[in-house]
Design a protein around this ligand. Structure first.
Ligand code: FES
Length: 112
């Protein structure tokens, strides 16, 4: 398995998140109390950049229609908040994160 450096820990302080590139994929790395998690960065509803949203605990909220995803599992917590519509959306893929020294590494293959 190949590990790829995508960021340094100083770039993602506690309770912050950052979008990184892993080959052609966009990945969101979130720091939850010093533990790093990685899920897809593109909202599965309409393709918005999740890193522009908000992170509260393990929940990232999409900036456009407020869908919520669990950064530890990639699972949808709640769907888009659109009046009179309840579209189903997919979970985000997850990625294996490792920290070596000051480097944040991702496994080149997504885990789910
Ligand atoms: S684009 Fe993310 S909830 Fe609609």
């Amino acid at each position: 398995m190949t590990l790829v450096k995508v960021a340094e820990i100083s770039e993602i302080p506690s309770e912050q998140m950052k979008a990184v590139k892993l080959a052609e994929k966009e990945v969101l790395i979130a720091n939850v109390n010093g533990v790093y998690y990685a899920i897809g960065n593109i909202c599965t509803h309409q393709g918005v950049d999740l890193s522009k949203g908000t992170l509260e605990g393990i929940t990232v909220t999409c900036p456009k229609h407020k869908s919520k995803f669990d950064v530890t599992t990639g699972k949808v917590i709640s769907g888009p908040k659109i009046p009179l519509m309840h579209p189903k959306i997919k979970d985000e893929p997850t990625y294996v994160v490792k920290v070596e020294g000051k480097d944040i590494l991702l496994e080149a293959q997504q885990s789910v």
